[in-house]
Design a protein around this ligand. Sequence first.
Ligand code: SF4
Length: 339
Amino acid sequence: MRELHVIKEEAKFKGLIKINKESQIPLIGIIQVGVIDRGSSLLQVRASTVCNMKCTFCSTAANSFDIHPYNYEVELNYLVDWIKEVIRLKDNQVNQINIDSVGEPTAYPKIAELIKEVKKIKGIEIVTMQSNGTLLTKEKIKSLEEAGLDRINLSVHSLKEEQSKELFGSQNYNLTKILETCKLIRESKIELNLTPVYLPKVNDEQISALIEFAKEIKCQISIQKYELYKYSRKMKKVKEQNWYKFYKKLEELEKKHNYKLKLGPTDFKIQRSKKIPLVFQREEIITAEIVMPGWMKNEMIAKAKNRSITVVECNKEIGKRIRIKILETKDSIYLGKEV
Ligand code: SF4
């Protein structure tokens, strides 16, 4: 009970919720932190929601405190325990871990230790990480390399300084440093994969320039589709493309630059595998205990059957037990509503 009190106080005064073993908050079931299994041999691991940028097109609206009043950070050992639990639930059918985030993975203070720990897990062959690159220094790259990181998927959307600052929503974004960082990664054992988001009519020319840059430094480039969700930060002049148009564009760019751009699961050694069994079904009514505030306003997180559930339109006190109707269960991410 003391821990719940601590969580509540932290949430109220700092906006950062720290999740540790004592809290006993399950790390399967919510989207913002923990472990996400989408039925493949790759697990998504989210240690923190913190980000140091404010991209104009951010699909998760990181750093918009009117949308997300709280950030979350998970204690290293507790997260590793849950990764092992998910691997067990999937009958060990996991060969890689991708440390991604609804924020910036390198903002997690123990990122190198996390990589080192997951690399030790039996069966884990590949550990990768998303990053905007801004917090990577020569020393940091060295520590990630020593920890056993296999690939960095680095988001860079333009080779123009001013446009980059604008897209990343920060005057502190330093493109020259990022390009040097790309070269430093290339000199290390860590593979580099550039992951620009294609923003039609905004960075068309820059996508071509980035492909040429990837060719020059001999790294992979996986162009990302601009996707809009209900709470994404939206760029007024950019329209979301459908997948057909997006792949057509990739084909066109592949031919123009004579460089492989259409990459699929097999290129990244990802196979289909057993999913974590669901513990709740849609429409089911369950009883659960409120454990912390949710990622969005008017949401709380509840726990039951060793899973976390996001409860929408809820402001109930931490520690209260409520009845919930399960609304969604996709990929073991549970959403419910109080009844
Ligand atoms: S770096 Fe990523 S998480 Fe952070 S604001 Fe940009 S798109 Fe969002």
